[in-house]
Design a protein around this ligand. Structure first.
Ligand code: FAD
Length: 391
């Protein structure tokens, strides 16, 4: 076997979803040498399956009022806007925006329920309200973007493509040194070359695989809170709908509309929300679903040409007292970090927290790597396909 024994870098990242790719962008920008180990397709897992909403927190106000999570989300879209306009790196100005507004239909008005909640004015400031009820539902809209996640993956990848190595997952071995730090990472890349890496930091951004990687590298057992979501999609002659439907202050449906790649099917609605939750979700009969979309959007069953579903595990960090995490979570032990953004929306904050943490440990003298020939990654071929893309 061909042995390549020379690589010595500051940081090795395992997992090329939104978290791993964004962290790589930030670290490289700060002058660290980085390698990203990927298996399968770039962005596969939760990132490509997500609905791409850059949350302002308003969604959670409708079902639960204001908590730390709402406050945490409230200022993040500003950070996204800076990247989406290209004024701050990573430059994401080529990411496609699916919608600039999110709509909310609720059978109960939000204003009365939240009238006396402290701090609500700031959160509700951008919320537009229709005065009249439409078919038993109040209608609201808010400036909140939905992005095309595939184009996000492509943009994040473009800037770090020279540092991505596709490897065979089952060949991965971690070697600890006498102090219990991960000293070496051995693996075989897709082209059959055996690698022997020395890295000062190892970051796991592998979603549902994070805990296994922590166990394999440090021998430490941590448990994430993973829960399956069964998402639905329908395709056909459908209007552009990006928003949430609430009933009895519970989130019933979240619909995002993606222009279909296959022209004959016009639009794809990706549908999550309460109906997708396997645990504690909301059961909705097919008849009720059809009457709802008929009443609200004038969509008939005959407008739907194709429907389907996909199940995806949502990975959240180790549960603490059953509370939802308000901030991205970083597990840190020795030279290992395992990261959970909680939401795609919070990935920029996660990436900057990780970067700051590594900068603070400045016993890390940056490794200068000699530049190598640029590798043309066939990005289209390497990026994951969305689960609702059927052609
Ligand atoms: C159905 C659904 C809808 C969502 N909608 C939204 C939304 O609208 N807005 C929002 O803000 N958030 C949303 N989220 C949450 C958001 O998608 C996630 O928080 C985010 O994408 C997590 O990104 P990640 O990179 O940490 O993990 P992932 O996207 O899961 O990426 C992990 C990557 O690691 C790879 N990997 C696994 N094991 C290894 C290994 N051993 N070595 C190397 N690589 C490995 C996987 O192949 C994968 O590509 C949604 C989540 C789901 C499930």
């Amino acid at each position: 076997m061909d042995i390549k024994n020379c690589d010595n870098v500051d940081v090795v990242i395992l997992g090329a979803g939104a978290s791993g790719l964004w962290i790589a962008n930030n670290l490289i920008e700060s002058g660290f040498s980085v390698k990203v180990l990927a298996c399968g397709k770039l962005g596969e897992g939760q990132t490509i399956a997500s609905q791409g909403i850059i949350h302002t927190g308003i969604k959670y106000v409708f079902s639960g009022g204001i908590d730390d999570f709402v406050h945490s989300l409230h200022h993040v879209p500003g950070h996204w806007n800076e990247r989406l306009s290209g004024s701050t790196s990573p430059d994401l100005s080529a990411v496609k925006i699916i919608s600039n507004y999110t709509h909310i239909w609720s059978d109960q008005p939000i204003e009365e329920a939240l009238a006396n909640v402290f701090g609500i004015e700031d959160i509700l400031k951008g919320l537009n309200t229709d005065k009249e009820k439409i078919n038993e539902f109040y209608h609201y809209s808010v400036e909140e973007k939905t992005i095309d996640v595939r184009s996000l993956i492509r943009e994040l990848t473009t800037k770090v493509s020279d540092e991505i190595i596709f490897y065979k997952k089952d060949t991965l071995i971690f070697k600890k040194n006498a102090e219990g730090f991960v000293g070496k990472i051995l693996f075989t890349s897709e082209d059959g070359v055996r690698h022997d890496f020395k890295s000062k930091y190892v970051i796991f951004s592998a979603g549902v695989e994070n805990c296994n990687l922590v166990k394999n590298s440090l021998g430490e057992v941590i448990e994430s809170s993973d829960s399956p979501l069964t998402m639905r999609y329908i395709k056909g002659n459908l209007p552009n709908i990006n928003g949430h439907i609430y009933k009895d202050r519970k989130l019933l449906l979240t619909i995002t509309s993606i222009p279909s790649v296959d022209d004959s099917l016009n639009n794809t609605w990706v549908i999550g929300g309460g109906i997708a939750e396997a645990l504690g979700g909301i059961q909705t009969s097919k008849n009720y679903f059809y009457s709802l979309i008929k009443n609200l959007f004038d969509v008939d069953e005959k407008d739907i040409k194709l429907s389907g579903e996909y199940t995806i595990n949502r990975s959240e960090p180790p549960d603490v007292y059953g509370r939802r995490f308000a901030e991205p979570f970083i597990f840190h032990k020795k030279n290992v970090l395992a990261v959970w953004p909680i939401k795609l929306t919070l990935v920029p904050r996660l990436a900057s927290n990780v970067c700051n943490l590594i900068k603070q440990h400045q016993d890390i003298d940056k490794v200068i790597v000699k530049s190598r020939e640029s590798i043309e990654l066939d990005l289209i071929d390497r990026c994951a396909k969305a689960p609702w893309v059927t052609n």
